[in-house]
Design a protein around this ligand. Structure first.
Ligand code: COA
Length: 253
């Protein structure tokens, strides 16, 4: 089982559990996460959603083999279904970032309401180095959060950054010792059991209202370009190099 779900004490938990592949996300895993979010949204017993990973790894991002095999269908992919469900979730979504969050692992955090990060975690959005472009509105939200010049470090160079920097630039709420991340995130999620759900959900929609049209427009533009980039020779070189465990060679492009 690569996605574990549970509902306990008002909190729907979505746990990414594929540690042997560093929690890389396959289409089946995105589909399971989309289903879990849709169920959480519909279940009145659920007051908040908690997304987490495994000790040392939140997720290494999209499964690169899936990227290679499903290049034509990106916009209709389960990854889009999952992100649509995340963006459409009216209930508070809390991320417990138990370790590295790479690629979509960081992008997911941009659309959560609360983010708690292990002090050992590194975040990174290495899309360009894979021959790709930013996704799911990261090209809009990241510069808004940290300014253009720092966004360029993260999105053009793909530089990794620490949990502390994620807090400083507003991607995360707090850095916690690795062993405390999950407990803290759960305590925050459970606080919604004592709050009126109608007011919480209406307020969440209001918090997102001003930006939502731009976010959706950006996702559509990025998605088209991302799908094209997945088919590019640059991406083929990057993906092949990853599985051959060598540095990619972009000198011929
Ligand atoms: N897609 C597919 N497989 C992945 C993967 C991914 N995103 N990330 C890791 N794996 C696989 C590796 O191929 C390896 O498989 P193997 O044991 O069959 O060789 C296994 O997971 C362990 O990964 P490994 O790289 O050996 O672990 P590590 O501890 O040295 O490094 C990471 C961990 C996360 C830093 C590294 O795996 C990594 O950089 N992954 C790719 C991240 C990425 O570019 N994601 C896409 C963003 S769009």
């Amino acid at each position: 089982m690569t996605i574990k779900t549970a509902v306990l004490n008002g909190v729907a938990t979505i746990e990414i559990a594929r540690p042997e592949k560093k929690n890389a996300l396959t289409v089946a895993m995105y589909a399971a996460m989309a289903d879990a979010l849709t169920a959480a949204q519909a279940d009145p017993a659920v007051r908040a959603v908690l997304i987490t990973g495994q000790p040392g790894i939140f997720t290494s991002g999209n499964d690169i083999e899936d990227f290679m095999q499903r290049r034509g269908e990106f916009e209709k992919s389960p990854a889009f279904d999952f992100m649509r469900a995340l963006l459409g979730c009216d209930k508070p979504v809390i991320a417990a970032v138990t370790g590295a969050a790479i690629g979509i692992g960081t992008t997911i955090l941009l659309h959560c309401d609360f983010v708690y990060v292990s002090d050992e975690a590194r975040l990174a959005m290495p899309f360009v180095g894979l021959g790709l472009v930013p996704e799911f509105a990261s090209s809009l939200v990241v510069p808004q959060l940290m300014g253009n010049v720092r966004a360029a470090e993260k999105l053009l160079l793909g530089d990794p950054f620490t949990a502390a920097e994620a807090v400083e630039c507003g991607i995360a709420n707090a850095v916690l010792p690795a062993a405390e991340v999950m407990g803290h995130a759960r305590r925050i999620a459970e606080r919604f059991n004592a709050l009126p759900p109608g007011a919480v959900q209406q307020s969440k929609r209001l918090l997102r209202r001003a930006r939502s049209a731009a976010v959706l427009e950006t996702i559509a533009i990025e998605g088209k370009q991302f799908a094209e980039r997945l088919r590019s020779p640059e991406a083929t070189e990057a993906f092949t190099a990853f599985f051959e465990k060598r540095a990619p060679d972009f000198s011929k492009f």
